[in-house]
Write a protein that binds this ligand. Sequence first.
Ligand code: GLY
Length: 386
Amino acid sequence: MTHPEPSSATDQLADSITVHVNLAERSYDILIASDSLSCVAPTAESWYMQRFPSKDGQRSALVVTDRNVANHAETVLSSLVDAGWKAELEQLEPGETTKSLDVISRLYDCLVAMKADRKTAVIAVGGGVIGDSAGFLAATYGRGVPFIQVPTTLLADVDSSVGGKVGINHPAAKNLIGAFYQPLGVCIDTSVLTTLPERDYLSGMAEVVKYGVILDADFFGYLEQNIAGLKSRDPGVLRHIIARSCQLKADVVEQDEYERTGLRAVLNYGHTFAHAFEALAGYGELLHGEAVSIGMLYASRLAEKRGLIDADVTARQRTLIESLGMISRLPPGSDFTADAILDKMKLDKKTVAGQLRFVLPTQMGHVETFGDVPESDVRAVLAELA
Ligand code: GLY
């Protein structure tokens, strides 16, 4: 059996960008390339050789995917099988209900049936639901097996596949059962995004815009100057924005891997409003990123009201969001009352002792957490933007 070296894999990776996530012995690479799905095997091989230098026995993997992206998972599977891996594919139902103990239990059975050992990789090919479930599987089977993410949505590329939080839902709450478990590596292929539905693509773009506002004014400027490339999903523009977003999230995660210092909270910009809107609209009605793009504009307006920023900072966000074709206001018919929105916000896990906490910009490219925002200011913003 041969294990091809990464260098034999080539031209497809010629324009790739690697983001290194520095987490001591849990450090890993995020490889961002175009047309790279058929290179997953040599890429995974190079990661294995770094983590487990002795090359003993046959490589094996369980590829976990959902029906919507099974074609991409087949490409990954072929790459592995052609390189001599013993690999199997398990296809799950798309959607949030897949993040359940029943599904995980079935996946444990698959690993047992294929006689998986501690070096058997779990490879997630899909969006956040698949990454979170397969990551939880990898974190718990045999007390942890190598986990490789191959995200297939923009949201998963820039958000859910970076950070190490994996998990499943409990009927009482989303993501209640989970772990911090860093992957062996993340392999992002921008060409997969060419077939992503527009609504999902723009939903992922909300998190990209968020990184500019919270951490990098120059990056926000890059987005403003590359509307056409962003809309046409230009591979070079995509590689750049995905790599920069991953780097910015990685910088935060490196400083607060286990969500203990509060630093990770900056990533929640727009999310206090967004979670309330999502919950009131009914999950799935308003996509997460849609709620985030609207939520950022509410949070920014709140920052203006608190005297933290000039109106120009909000105006730039609104112009960028609207120029990209993203949703900037709640859909018609979303007549949520301020009381209902505030009630949902108070249930949010970021709320401490009933006190509303908001991540607000103090300038373009910088945010801070505020635990002293008067409810009257929130009500005023809700009334104004309703
Ligand atoms: N998996 C997403 C995060 O850790 O933030």
